[in-house]
Design a protein around this ligand. Structure first.
Ligand SMILES: [Ca+2]
Length: 583
């Protein structure tokens, strides 16, 4: 009896142990097998690449054979949107959140601002890393670095090679900015005695912007950015393939091409000798060099045996700048604007894993959608993270409808209000904003210039059309489905729809966090950091100066610069512009 009881007891304990051990093994197996089968993800982001400037969008001059081949063999994203500028697109890609939910509603993170994607928001790299991915980044960061905690290697990337700001010289990797500063008292006297209009003094900050992980990268001067970043990406791929740990790879390759300054090795502009416009010619060379870089990355993936389990995504981060060689014909507007030319982007997905390759996807897809989409591929859901993106993989892979029916392009409370208020909604139509609901698009405030610029080499076929809107106009409504080029404003004829969309903007506005756009902090100056741009917030003092404080941060100086000087200057001429006194 005793023996039997004991046997039963032991049997129960053993059974529990067996169950526990089996469960742990099963969990481990499921985790390992999920990790093993999760696809490699290679995300290639290019900078300011015009909608027109790729072969599969009809470019007749710029040659992009690799992009065309990959796009035609994959899924072309034909209703794909990003943001009109660098930081906004990159912050949304890596966080899955609209700018109104990150505080980055206005402009870009400037080199000397204490600003960035908030640390408490996990990045796509953080999440993929937690899902078992090896995570590597090459190229342009531009979502903040004033604190070391904001560097790519502290935000989920196992490795980083690239630059932290929005641009650099493509060969030297140096970057200069002019912050300007108000006149000092003694300079003011000089100003009053001389007949000059100079009301501020040039204050140029220069440094190299290139890092390997967190260390300043030296000895790369002279290596062209696209070549350098391609080589580093190829190194990542080959190094990853050599490792036997079977982790899937996430590679984020953010080329500086085709961002200004317009520079490229001469060999790439030779095929474009017939292009008369010099900016356009150089830009075309940069595009072809970038196309070659993408080819070399795909070859490395194939040679490393990774290609068959890889999803490659290609995207521009905004429209082309027509003043800097780019073109978005036939779309209206360009880089930095809320017109389609600023935000409807070149994009495609190519992968042997796609069920319906060789197709065009017309579903509404936005850059914030990559966050939940790629995490879905990694076997993770983003419930509870308050992301604004949608998982669009089924639409991309199978051709089903996109789950996204609405898209907040932005609400920017810092952009000066434009025109007069209509009082037809709680939302102030003078505020710069844009929203898409189904095929309808509403724009308010000042969206920036909105002309249609023909490709310089095709002016014989097409003619540019200047922006027809009156300067004070501040509300437009378009049916993008029927009118993708924003030619017919339907605001007056469809006021009910416009008011509904203004009200929707008001609902979004309530959820916005305060916008951050701080003054410059001069501790950023590379002269304090061995000639490199990098984190500075750890500095308590300016070397040799004493307690760190921006010249504009004391209330007394603010009073002098903002009230006394403008008053005195107004005696001689007119009031100086705000930018002079708030550089
Ligand atoms: Ca850009």
């Amino acid at each position: 009896m005793v023996v039997k009881q004991r046997w039963v007891k032991m049997n129960a304990v053993s059974a529990l142990l067996y169950v526990a051990a089996f469960s742990m093994t099963l969990c481990w197996y499921m985790e390992v097998s999920a990790t093993k089968t999760a696809p490699n993800i290679v995300f290639i982001l290019v900078d300011d690449f015009g909608f027109r400037d790729v072969g599969f969008h009809g470019s007749t001059v710029i040659k992009t054979p690799t992009l065309d081949r990959l796009a035609y063999g994959g899924v072309r994203l034909d209703n794909y949107y990003v943001q009109p500028m660098c930081t906004p697109t990159r912050s949304q890609l890596l966080s899955g959140r609209y700018q109104i939910h990150t505080g980055l509603q206005h402009g870009v993170v400037r080199p000397c601002q204490q600003n960035g994607l908030p640390e408490e928001m996990p990045t796509l790299a953080n999440m993929l890393h937690d899902a078992g991915y090896a995570t590597h980044m090459v190229g342009k960061w531009h979502i903040g670095y004033y604190r070391e905690q904001l560097l790519p290697t502290r935000r989920g990337f196992d490795s980083f090679f690239g630059f932290l700001n929005g641009r650099a010289e493509h060969f030297s990797h140096a970057m200069c900015i002019d912050l300007g500063r108000p006149l000092r008292m003694w300079e003011f006297k000089e100003y009053m005695s001389n007949d000059t209009d100079e009301k501020y003094v040039k204050r140029e900050l220069c440094g190299v912007d290139l890092r390997s992980d967190e260390t300043a990268a030296v000895n790369y001067s002279g290596q062209y950015s696209t070549h350098l970043f391609t080589q580093k990406a190829v190194d990542v791929i080959k190094s990853h393939a050599r490792k036997q740990d079977a982790k899937p790879l996430f590679l984020y390759l953010a080329y500086q091409a085709l961002h200004f300054p317009l520079q490229v090795p001469e060999t790439y502009t030779k095929p474009y000798a017939s292009v008369k416009d010099e900016n356009r010619r150089t830009y075309a060379g940069m595009a072809t060099c970038m196309d070659e870089g993408v080819l070399n990355v795909t070859v490395a993936l194939e040679e490393s045996g990774l290609w068959n389990n890889t999803i490659l995504i290609f995207s521009s981060d905004g429209g082309g700048d027509v003043t800097l060689g780019g073109n978005n014909w036939p779309l209206r507007g360009w880089r930095r604007s809320l017109w389609e030319g600023g935000i409807r982007a070149v994009g495609f997905v190519h992968s042997p894993l796609i069920e319906r390759g060789g197709t065009v996807n017309t579903g509404l897809i936005h850059v914030s959608d990559w966050f939940p989409t790629l995490l879905g591929l990694a076997g993770r859901d983003t419930a509870g993270l308050n992301v604004d993106g949608f998982d669009v993989w089924q639409s991309i892979s199978n051709g089903g409808p996109s789950p996204r029916k609405e898209l907040l392009h932005n609400i920017d409370p810092l952009m000066p209000k434009h025109g007069s208020r209509l009082n037809i909604s709680k939302f102030d139509n003078r505020v710069r904003a844009a929203i898409r609901v189904g095929n309808w698009k509403l724009i308010t405030g000042n969206p920036f210039p909105g002309g249609w610029i023909a490709p310089p080499e095709e002016t014989g076929n097409y003619s540019s059309i200047p922006d027809p809107s009156p300067k004070s106009k501040n509300v437009w409504l378009f049916n993008i489905g029927n009118d993708p080029n924003e030619e017919t404003d339907l605001f007056e004829s469809h006021r009910d729809i416009a008011v509904g969309m203004l009200d929707r903007l008001a609902e979004y506005e309530v959820t916005a966090v305060p916008v951050r756009y701080p003054a410059n902090d001069l501790r950023c100056d590379p002269k304090y950091h061995n000639g490199f741009w990098g984190p500075w917030a750890h500095m308590k003092h300016f070397p040799g100066v004493g307690k760190a404080s921006s010249p504009h941060n004391t209330s007394f100086r603010r009073l002098i610069y903002s009230v006394v000087f403008p008053f005195l200057l107004s005696i001689k001429y007119v009031l100086p512009s705000a930018s002079v006194f708030n550089p």
